[in-house]
Write a protein that binds this ligand. Structure first.
Ligand SMILES: Cc1cc2nc3c(=O)[nH]c(=O)nc-3n(C[C@H](O)[C@H](O)[C@H](O)COP(=O)(O)OP(=O)(O)OC[C@H]3O[C@@H](n4cnc5c(N)ncnc54)[C@H](O)[C@@H]3O)c2cc1C
Length: 229
């Protein structure tokens, strides 16, 4: 299947990363100075770069920082059921006259064989859902499901994300084309890095400032195992 596709891999339908994203993360992180456990609290632009302060007061000087990587909001309400009562499709959705009424569920049973549906509200609806209790949010999702499957049985467990108010996220879905996805995050991250490189280039005229990293990225190969859902 992989071999016959003429489109880029991120435009295929959903696939399951058999060995998780770890091989991708490990490969992309090679040669980079990544500090874990350093939550940034302040970024100040200086005449020759930026000063970054982290939670414990430590500071770092850098050439540039990404200032305007836009971010939207998408949340996930995960509903776990006793049994599967829905059709064997990838998504179940509702189309409505107003965007607030549109919604969709990802069928995790197709990939993970568990009786789980993931409701994914976005935009204003996702924001409003963050103000609800977990129970009210799960109930809201269930009401949406009932619009598709009136005989749906109630979930036995639920989990509600609040990415907009999580200080480690403050949102999700940076990409217009592939919102709320790893490939969307990757492509917008690459665009932001390129934008950053161009601005540094304009300001300092240093052609080779990012070239070691960007050059290595171009020649990266990451062995992946993807199972089609
Ligand atoms: C439950 C769940 C399931 C998902 N399933 C899929 C899926 O199947 N397929 C798919 O394509 N996408 C999926 N996604 C979406 C995908 O995980 C995200 O879109 C993607 O990880 C976003 O990448 P990112 O690099 O922008 O942000 P993140 O992966 O969130 O990385 C941001 C990092 O920055 C750190 N950070 C935050 N604030 C600070 C700070 N102030 N200082 C320093 N560090 C900070 C965070 O700790 C985090 O490590 C899922 C998301 C969730 C929550």
């Amino acid at each position: 299947m992989v071999g016959i596709s003429t489109s880029p891999w991120w435009s295929w339908t959903h696939g399951l990363m058999v060995r998780s994203y770890l091989p991708v993360i490990n490969t992309l992180a090679k040669g980079l100075d990544i500090r874990l456990g350093h939550r940034v609290t302040n970024v100040v632009r200086r005449y020759n770069g930026v000063k970054v302060t982290v939670e414990n007061g430590k500071t770092f000087i850098a050439d540039a920082a990404i200032a305007e990587l836009g971010v939207g909001l998408e949340n996930k309400i995960i509903l776990h059921f006793e049994n599967v009562f829905w059709p064997n499709v990838e998504f179940l959705g509702v189309v409505a006259g107003i965007s607030y009424g549109c919604s969709y569920f990802l069928n995790l049973h197709k990939a993970a064989r568990h009786p789980v549906l993931v409701y994914m509200p976005s935009g204003r609806l996702a924001k409003d859902i963050e103000k609800m209790s977990d129970e009210a949010a799960a109930n809201f999702a269930f009401v949406q499901l009932k619009k598709i499957l009136p005989d749906a049985s109630s979930p036995i467990q639920y989990l509600v994300s609040r990415w907009g108010s999580d200080i480690n996220s403050l949102g999700e879905a940076t990409s217009m084309c592939y919102p709320g996805s790893v490939h969307g995050a990757y492509s917008t991250g690459m665009m932001a890095a390129e934008d950053c490189r161009m601005r540094v280039l304009e300001r300092y005229g240093e052609l080779d400032l990012f070239q070691p990293v960007m050059g290595e990225m171009a020649s990266l190969t990451i062995p992946l195992q993807i199972s089609r859902m």
